[in-house]
Design a protein around this ligand. Structure first.
Ligand code: ATP
Length: 441
């Protein structure tokens, strides 16, 4: 196992078209990233993996896609207008800006090394504010959402009434969020524009004692199912200093990123705080009438809140390896779970002449109905395998002279580099079977 550094990840992402910095031709915009041809496939696949797990495979979770722009009162009710702040300090010498809770205020400035150079900490609100409509007065102030969860709370009543969901049930949503982060280092780990995958599970007060541990277990299992190395995942329970005043309990799933253990997802027991706040600020009744007991109450919420773009960084870091090959060189390989890999199968003719190119092209077209495919006929076959290893393609199919005689091909597995001979009529079925039993070697 080679050491995985952020530099190696950033360089691979750029070189192979996973992720670029936004506005690069204008010198780049900090804290914003563009997902290239492979990056967008990877991100969408992780999103779909989560969506399937949360909605399709679960009895009682429905989806939602709420708008990014919401009434400003939402953010007053949620506490974001008054409390969504980070303490900020500036170095008086070099003018660099830091989060006061991320540096040693008694130590030297991490950029210029000057001692006793920090200003007193000031609170800085992380929400991006803009104006809606033609007037830019305070009445038209509107915020880019800093989390997707509030869209779920504000639609709780509509979902209950329109879908006849009965408690306990959850609402899942994936979408963009924006935070004016003070420090945006570590690539896509912390950016100003990012995506979240959130699920709010509404339940009867008191039953959160059952659902909170249930969701912690489910969420940890999800990452193991995605093929993440179990030793790279751990729990962190919020101490009294971290716990929001309304939260009963909160745990983070942390991942061992190249820069160390950091939060990947939060699982929170939020009690009835969110719906109570919206009830108070909107004046609308957000209680639920339990049809079985005839009781009326404000539901409790267990929240699972993961960063999609942070998941992309985790998937890349976890999959990255540099391995010695039997031929004596080193291959860079991304061991993605096949269902999140940007390309599922590459079709490679041994040579392009003598009809092999035509045969392989036709085969690749046929496989498109079932998988994301890639066709490559240029260069030595070994080099073409390396190119696919580097972007994490789990299967390569090689068409050779025997193929023309007996309709068989070589199927090569990325992780083990093993090769088997199979009939072309067995390709789809074999790949589906392999995906179902996928275990990283
Ligand atoms: P932090 O304390 O690190 O700023 P947080 O605890 O405020 O983060 P949450 O509000 O709980 O984060 O957000 C839920 C999830 O959204 C996080 O676990 C993370 O995966 C993701 N996330 C939050 N902020 C960012 C960001 N700026 N860039 C990328 N992902 C983010």
């Amino acid at each position: 196992m080679a050491e995985v550094t952020m530099d190696k990840i950033v360089s691979l992402c750029r070189r192979r078209g996973f992720i670029f910095q936004s506005s690069e031709i204008y010198g780049g915009l900090n804290g914003a990233y563009d997902y290239g041809p492979l990056g967008v496939e990877l991100k969408n696949n992780i999103r779909d993996f989560w969506w399937k797990e949360m909605t399709q495979l679960h009895d009682s979770i429905v989806g939602l896609d709420s708008s990014i722009l919401m009434a400003s009162r939402v953010w007053e009710a949620s506490g974001h207008v008054s409390n969504f702040t980070d303490p900020m300090v500036d170095c008086k010498n070099c003018k660099s800006r830091f989060r006061a809770d991320q540096i040693d205020l008694k130590g030297a400035c991490p950029v210029c090394g000057t001692r006793d150079s920090f200003t007193a900490p000031r609170n800085f609100n992380l929400m991006f504010a803009t104006h809606i409509g033609p007037n830019s007065d305070s009445a038209s102030t509107i915020y880019l959402r800093p989390e997707t969860a509030q869209g779920i709370y504000t639609e709780f009543k509509n979902v209950v009434q329109s879908s006849r969901m009965k408690l306990p049930f959850g609402i899942a949503q994936v979408g963009k969020s924006f935070r004016n982060e003070i420090t945006t280092k570590n690539f896509i780990f912390r950016s100003c524009e990012f995506e979240q995958m959130e699920m709010q599970f509404f339940c009867q007060p008191g039953s959160d004692d059952k659902w909170f541990p249930y969701w912690r277990e489910q969420r940890m299992n999800f990452y193991k199912k995605m093929g993440i190395v179990p030793e790279h995942l751990r729990w962190h329970q919020h101490g009294p200093d971290e716990l929001a005043f309304y939260a009963k309990d909160a745990y983070d799933i942390q991942y061992l990123f190249p820069m160390g253990w950091q939060e990947l997802e939060g699982v929170h027991d939020r009690t009835d705080y969110d719906l109570s706040q919206h009830q108070k600020f909107s004046g609308k009744d957000l209680t639920y009438l339990d049809p079985d007991t005839n009781e009326r109450y404000v539901p409790y919420v267990v929240e699972t809140s993961a960063g999609l773009t942070r998941n992309v960084l985790m998937a890349l870091s976890d999959a990255y390896d540099e391995e010695a090959t039997p031929e004596g060189d080193v291959r860079t390989v991304l061991h993605f779970h096949p269902l999140v890999a940007p390309v599922m199968v590459a079709v490679l003719p041994l040579v392009k002449k003598d009809g092999l190119g035509e045969f392989a092209t036709k085969l690749e077209h046929e496989l498109r109905e079932d998988f994301v495919t890639y066709y490559d006929q240029s260069g030595a076959i070994g080099r073409r395998y390396r190119r696919q290893d580097e972007i994490g393609t789990p299967y390569c199919i090689t068409v050779d002279y025997d193929t023309l005689k007996d309709n068989t091909v070589t199927l090569r597995f990325r992780d083990s580099m093993e090769q088997v001979r199979i009939g072309i009529d067995k390709i789809v079925e074999t790949i589906h079977e392999e995906n179902r039993k996928y275990r990283r070697v």
